[in-house]
Write a protein that binds this ligand. Structure first.
Ligand code: NFE
Ligand code: MG
Length: 567
């Protein structure tokens, strides 16, 4: 007999996401993904000065703040056809990479680990055995039996007090939890250590960006960081060394903890390397430009159908017409007036709330498509495109995770297994490793360039009166490909559309009624207990949803838009 469940809201994500599933014979057969909050950023921007847009649009989200700011200045610079100083590229890139590292660490440990880890089982673990398990795969100094004993004591204290605090409301004791007590203990220890480590990533953003969240140092034409190695209160040698110290700390944690835990978890959850495949098309864009005119990048991008490497098409830079031409958004199943797919420069955001109806409109998230197809963006897409394109760092770090996996299981991961819930998480870890390498490179490049006497960080943008400008700013953000599309004339924005990673992945059915990536990824997922749909949450969490970004809309009347039905 088929059954319906509604999970509303899905928690440990940013914003409000509702997922409805039809379950038949213990498996999901159909799913609907709904963004349930409404805001209005794209409309607010109309009439603003394009040079101010970045500071407004980064308020789309309190999670991926820097990414919208940077995409926005890139869009205006693209419209003006202007280059920026190389120091500005390095500084923006260091901010972006650090920000994404923070995001990935928090996703793995704070937002999704508790879907896989049974914290109460950690109390049964033998700390000596936990420590011994990590010998030979990790050199992290906090993997000692003594450290694990301390963590066990902490958990015992929480359990005894009856207040699990940050660990309350987990699916403890669920039949889908498979880790042995020692691995559960390791995971909880690293959860707590990750809280410390992610701060170092944020500190880099704050030192260079002036504050975080929501950096203050951008400008159309570069950055507003005055550079002088010997002067106080500017970007000087002391601050650069401070940044370097945090980059090094992050490197240790990512290599010795995050990477190793990823392989260990995968080894204990091999079935999740078969469940959770989303859309059949993958898209990522090149990121971390290292010259002033955006023609050379540290990270590659591309398009691919499934994991058929013969279909891989590299995207060399953001000017690629095939990339720009393929992107459209439809509101057919979303609460907007306009059903027909529109190109973002012509895009419209006219809200029209009609209630939740699975056959009509059921989400505030629009449905983006690439040449009419639903496309998955994000770390899984980025990983498979990087492997197909033989991106050196991607291949290296992926192989290293695979080596640990082989040590533990005697098996080797194959590409088909990456199209899965756990594949998405592996992709995120590989992305973090590659970003970490990039940070070292970028920091050194910045210091060397300043050392050669180049302290330029800003070029004044020039605007021609009466001319209509159009530009697009692409970015490979934490959750995947982001693009900001701007049209302006005489210093005023006439249209602005953000096509956001979580919009691509969380989008409802498209103009041709095909489901979006979240919806597709849930089909076939086993659900042991429909009252505790942990399995559904695992797959949705693997995308790292951000609904503030996906909708960039908020209901100003405070009206309740939907109700919790089950769970
Ligand atoms: Ni609000 Fe975001 C990222 C953007 S959303 S987190 O990464 O852009 O998908
Ligand atoms: Mg939008």
């Amino acid at each position: 007999m088929s059954q319906r469940i509604t999970i509303d809201p899905i928690t440990r994500i940013e914003g409000h996401l509702r997922v409805d599933c039809e379950i038949d014979n213990g498996k999901v057969v159909k799913a609907w993904s709904s963004g349930t909050m409404w805001r209005g950023m794209e409309e607010i921007l109309k009439g603003s000065d394009p040079r101010d847009a970045w500071i407004i649009v980064q308020r789309i989200c309190g999670v991926c703040t820097t990414v919208h700011a940077i995409a926005s200045v890139r869009a205006v610079e693209d419209a003006l056809g202007m280059d920026i100083p190389v120091n500005a590229q390095y500084i923006r890139n260091i901010i972006l990479a650090s920000h994404i590292l923070h995001d990935h660490i928090v996703h793995f440990y704070q937002l999704s680990a508790m879907d896989w880890v049974d914290i109460t089982s950690a109390l049964q673990a033998d700390p000596e055995k936990a420590s011994a398990m990590l010998k030979g795969v990790s050199q992290w100094q906090l993997n000692s039996a003594e450290e694990f004993r301390k963590v066990q004591k902490k958990i015992q204290g929480l359990v005894d007090s009856g207040q699990l605090g940050i660990f309350a409301n987990g699916y403890w004791g669920h039949s889908a939890m498979k880790l042995p007590p020692e691995v559960n203990l390791i995971a909880v220890a690293h959860y707590l250590q990750a809280l410390e480590c992610q701060r170092d990533a944020n500190r880099i953003v704050a030192v260079l960006g002036g504050k975080t969240p929501h950096i203050q140092n951008l400008a159309v034409g570069g950055v507003a960081n005055p550079i002088n190695l010997d002067a106080p209160s500017v970007l000087n040698l002391e601050r650069l060394m401070y940044v370097k110290h945090f980059i090094d700390n992050l490197g240790d944690f990512i290599e010795q903890v995050y990477k190793v835990d990823t392989a260990i978890f995968a080894a204990y959850y091999p079935e999740w390397l078969k469940i959770g495949k989303g859309a059949n098309y993958y898209l990522s864009v090149p990121e971390l430009p290292i010259n002033g005119n955006n023609t050379e990048f540290l990270l590659s991008g591309g398009y691919m159908e499934g994991v058929d490497f013969s279909t891989y098409r590299p995207i060399k830079d953001w000017k690629d017409e095939n990339l720009k031409d393929g992107i459209e958004e439809s509101g057919k199943h979303a609460w907007y007036e306009d059903d027909e797919p529109l190109k973002p420069w012509e895009g419209l955001t006219r809200p029209k709330y009609t209630g939740w109806d699975e056959n009509e409109k059921y989400s505030w998230v629009k449905s983006p498509t690439f040449y009419g197809k639903p496309v998955e963006v994000g770390t899984l897409a980025w990983l498979v495109c990087g492997l197909a394109g033989k991106h050196e760092g991607t291949v290296k770090h992926y192989n290293e995770i695979n080596e640990i996996y082989t040590k533990l299981t005697g098996e080797t991961l194959v590409n088909e297994q990456l199209e899965s819930t756990w594949g998405r998480i592996i992709g995120r870890t590989v992305h973090a490793c590659v970003l970490q390498d990039s940070l070292n490179f970028l920091w050194q490049s910045l210091v060397d360039n300043i050392g050669r006497g180049d302290t330029a960080a800003f070029i004044k943008p020039e605007f021609e009166p009466g001319k209509e400008y159009r530009g697009v700013g692409f970015e490979e953000a934490s959750r995947g490909m982001l693009s900001h599309w701007i049209v302006f004339k005489d210093g005023k924005i006439t249209n602005y559309q953000a096509v956001v990673p979580s919009t691509w992945n969380a989008g409802p059915r498209n103009f041709n009624d095909e489901p979006g990536p979240y919806e597709l990824s849930l089909v076939g997922t086993p659900v042991a207990d429909p009252k505790k749909p942990l399995e559904v949450v695992r797959t949705i969490h693997s995308f790292d949803p951000c609904m503030a970004c996906a909708v960039h809309m908020v209901d100003l009347t405070g009206k309740e838009l939907s109700k919790v039905k089950v769970l």
